[in-house]
Design a protein around this ligand. Structure first.
Ligand code: UDX
Length: 429
């Protein structure tokens, strides 16, 4: 099938590439001419495991093309996905202007029946607005359907999440649209859940908020573990063994960051408020999350007394492992705060240093994990890169001025670290 994807950002690019991989002919559209030229030249603007090879392969097979023309995408494709950004606004709501603009642009090119699929994460009832907008701007009598098809991709494993999804959700209002959506997703052999438009949109916000709630919940439990001498890892394992709860997303640490959770939770609170419900529970999820870095820094201050003129090493800058994304990263927040308190800092990240240097040039980065340990009076682990587990910790011990380690992601084993001569602090253990 011919498919158009409007917006070649993170979601659009991964989705388009995976659709091509299963045999569809995909035209990825973006209004950023430089990005389109880059993609046409085979350069990939993001780091995502496995993506580059798939793009190269499918471009060679002529199943994946890039253009700046929405008209070309609409003309060739019975199904058109909208995958443009929905950035956060100051009041917690999301900016839907990109979605609205694309809806108008699609409307201007509509001639025959098309299914317009919203892939961007949007508040409930956005699909209705998209349909209204297209109806208003399209020529009279032209037929179309709007579908909501939320994405559940995790950065760092987006290709795998898309190729082998737990479930595919689409909210549709017509059998005609449903049949086309089923054809798009048939090659994935995954469970398909068909709902109405509003329910599909809510599934996305409710899922991400629930995952964030799990994280904040275990972080609250970690505080109780610290106060009582219990071990949060054991508590999480015991809880997670109950199938109704599950062990995933019960990793205590510095809390969630990234471009999705913080934005989606505040957007869900905001749309709930607009619909007349005060989602107090989620406000508390946000509060707990916002306090995690400060609780961590307090442990550091408790040991070093004053941070001014101390030298701190930091492992990790990205918002989680296996990505180069530093958006809403706890690592950046902690680095900023350490410098603000007058300490000197040296930070290392396997993939995030380049973006950090571009966007936060005042944060000192190095490209060797051992260089951050040199003469450090404390070493902080702030991102869950598995690479950090496999470092030569004996060597690190020898490089540090005072062997204090603060592990914000519970990556290392406390007994082992103590036996290597470190004073080791982590979260809830
Ligand atoms: C998330 C959702 O998982 C995905 O389904 C959605 O479509 C987009 O948002 P992503 O933001 O890529 O994906 O990362 P995810 O793996 O969910 O982690 C989010 C944050 O939570 C990271 O900062 C991570 O460090 C943190 N986290 C995750 C924890 O602190 N503890 C955990 O147990 C799990």
């Amino acid at each position: 099938m011919n498919i158009a994807i409007i917006g070649s950002g993170y979601v659009g690019l991964v989705t388009g590439t995976c659709f091509a991989e299963v045999g569809h002919h995909v035209i990825c559209v973006d209004n950023d001419d430089a990005k389109v030229a880059q993609l046409q030249a085979g350069k990939i603007p993001i780091y995502e495991p496995g993506l580059e090879d798939l793009i190269r392969k499918n471009v060679q097979l002529h199943r994946l093309t890039f253009t700046n023309s929405i008209g070309a995408g609409v003309a060739q494709s019975p199904v058109i996905f909208i995958a443009v950004p929905t950035p956060p606004q100051h009041d917690g709501s999301v900016d839907l202007s990109y979605v609205e603009t694309v809806a108008r642009q699609i409307a201007g090119h509509l001639k025959d029946y098309r299914v317009i699929v919203d892939k961007s994460t949007v508040p409930v009832k956005t699909g209705e607005k998209v349909a209204e907008t297209i109806r208003r701007y399209a020529r009279a009598g032209v037929e179309f359907d709007v579908v909501s098809n939320p994405e559940f991709l995790r950065e760092g494993s987006a290709v795998e999440d898309l190729m082998k999804p737990d479930r595919i959700v689409f909210g549709v209002n017509s059998e005609r649209a449903q049949a086309l959506m089923q054809a798009v997703y048939a090659p994935f052999n995954a469970p398909i859940m068909v709902t109405d438009l509003n329910s599909a949109e809510l599934i996305k916000h409710a899922s991400n908020s629930f995952l964030a709630l799990k994280i904040s919940y275990i972080n609250a439990v970690a505080a109780i573990c610290e106060a009582s001498g219990a071990d949060v890892e054991k508590v999480a394992a015991g809880m997670g063994a109950d199938k109704r709860i599950g062990r995933q997303f019960l990793n205590a640490g510095l809390g969630y960051g990234g471009s999705c959770f913080p934005k989606d939770i505040s957007a869900f609170i905001k749309i709930s408020e607009e619909l007349g419900y005060d989602f107090h529970l989620l406000r508390e999820v946000e509060n707990i999350n916002a306090n995690q870095p400060e609780r961590f820094l307090k442990k550091l201050r408790d040991k070093l007394w004053v941070l001014k003129d101390k030298h701190i090493g930091q492992l990790g800058l990205t918002f989680k492992g296996n990505t180069d994304d530093i958006r809403m990263s706890v690592g950046i927040r902690i680095a900023e705060q350490i410098l603000k308190e007058g300490a000197t800092l040296s930070a290392y990240d396997p993939k995030g240093a380049e973006k950090c240097n571009q966007q936060h040039p005042h944060l000192p980065t190095v490209n060797d994990p051992y260089a951050v340990a040199k003469d450090a009076e404390a070493l902080l682990i702030v991102t869950e890169w598995s690479e950090f587990k496999n470092l030569d910790w004996v060597k690190i011990r020898g490089l540090m001025r005072t062997p204090l380690v603060f592990d914000g992601r519970n990556l290392l084993d406390p007994a082992e670290m103590n036996s290597l001569g470190f004073e080791y602090h982590s979260i809830g253990r």
